[in-house]
Design a protein around this ligand. Structure first.
Ligand SMILES: Nc1ncnc2c1ncn2[C@@H]1O[C@H](COP(=O)(O)OP(=O)(O)OP(=O)(O)O)[C@@H](O)[C@H]1O
Ligand SMILES: [Mg+2]
Length: 357
């Protein structure tokens, strides 16, 4: 059993997910997409970690592996259950997974497609309770309580999803996620499908719930402005790896990786509306329809050295030859200013004077 620091609820170590890439009539495996490639981070109880990066960088895949909705290729996901027991989600089987999942839930990006249109709100929110044997009257009073908690009128309990606005549907999704009183929530771009005016309401709700219920949150986003508002810590992902990680404020005011600086300067991009890949067959992906690095079977990678080189204004020969490791800055100044908890995977992190916001 792993040691988890007393204040830590989740520690992900060396997490990888490689999807097979198939080609041709016989669908032979010709390589793999390294959707998530050696990701490690921890989250303390009651805090929020933002997982940020552009479309296809592996955020959802990471989130789904935390809940073991997807089997990792390698790595561990240490999680402290509400009974105090520390388990490795990646190594659990059958009933053990179900048991551990009681304490963790996921909120999805698209409140339109993640709710079954043929189920009334009562059944949608009560589904996880029913699955655990709750009686109908018990479900009904718990659902009314949950609707109240997320700011929905409990008189609408018999209505169907189409009667609700996008923001209200996301509230239904949140109520459903809270039904079993989880301690950890992975929120996968919970506001990016919503109108800007509604986004703030849902973010406020999540923040209030987190404080009132002592929830720990892993918040996935591609919009950094949202993350700054909500998150204590941020991990920036690029092509399946974490390229920068640190306390939110340090990362926003003094980014140490050129990619983070690019994200900070970029205006919020239109949302690609990538659906949640719940039931996608792993064999369906064709080579070429991915932005994650594809490794061919003989072990050669599409890009040598640092993966960010093609887009980096500061790249040198060293960057082209050698992949950088995620580590703290080595100068005394950087250690004092940012603390050892601020890590970047960039050979030149000490020299670059990147602009924060
Ligand atoms: N079931 C699958 N089979 C094959 N490849 C997959 C599968 N699921 C994801 N991928 C690939 O893994 C990579 C990471 O995908 P993921 O959905 O985790 O990205 P993301 O960061 O959540 O992107 P977005 O912001 O668009 O939601 C992508 O290149 C994607 O094409
Ligand atoms: Mg995603």
């Amino acid at each position: 059993m792993a040691e988890l620091a007393a204040d830590t609820i989740l520690r992900v170590e060396g997490l990888k997910k490689h999807f097979p890439v198939r080609r041709g009539l016989l669908q032979r495996v010709v390589g793999s997409v390294k959707a998530v490639d050696d990701v490690s981070f921890s989250v303390q109880q009651g805090r929020t970690l933002g997982l940020v990066g552009e479309s296809g960088c592996g955020k959802t895949t990471t989130g789904r592996m935390i809940l073991r909705a997807l089997d990792p290729t390698a790595g561990q996901v240490w999680f402290r259950q509400s009974d105090g027991q520390v388990v490795d989600m990646a190594a659990l089987r059958g009933a053990e997974i179900k048991q551990a999942r009681r304490d963790m839930q996921m909120i999805f990006q698209d409140p339109y497609s993640s709710l079954n249109p043929r189920m009334p709100v009562m059944d949608l929110i009560a589904e996880p309770l029913r699955a655990r044997g709750w009686t109908r009257p018990d479900c009904e009073s718990r659902v009314a309580e949950l609707m109240d908690l997320v700011g929905l009128d409990a008189r609408m309990i018999r209505r169907y999803p189409h009667a609700f606005s996008g923001g209200q549907r996301q509230r239904i999704g949140i109520a459903r996620a809270l039904a079993l009183k989880p301690s950890l929530i992975v929120a996968d771009e919970p506001v990016s499908a919503l109108d800007v005016s509604v986004q703030a309401q849902i973010l406020n709700l999540l923040q209030a719930l987190q404080q009132d219920l002592g929830l720990t949150l892993v918040f996935i986003a591609h919009d950094l402005s949202v993350v700054r508002y909500l998150c204590d810590q941020v991990a920036v992902m690029y092509q399946g790896r974490i390229v920068e990680q640190g306390e939110s404020e340090a990362l926003f005011t003094a980014p140490r990786h050129p990619y983070t600086a690019t994200l900070l300067q970029a205006a919020p991009a239109p949302d690609p509306h990538v659906p949640w890949m719940q039931d996608i067959d792993e064999t369906e992906t064709e080579a070429g329809d991915t932005t994650a690095p594809v490794e061919l079977v003989d072990g050669t990678t599409a890009a040598g050295g640092c993966a960010f080189v093609p887009r980096c204004a500061h790249a040198t020969d060293l960057c082209r030859q050698q992949g950088p490791i995620l580590m703290p800055g080595s100068t005394r100044e950087s250690q004092v200013q940012y603390g050892a908890a601020h890590l970047a995977a960039c050979h030149h992190q000490d020299e670059l004077q990147l602009r924060g916001i």
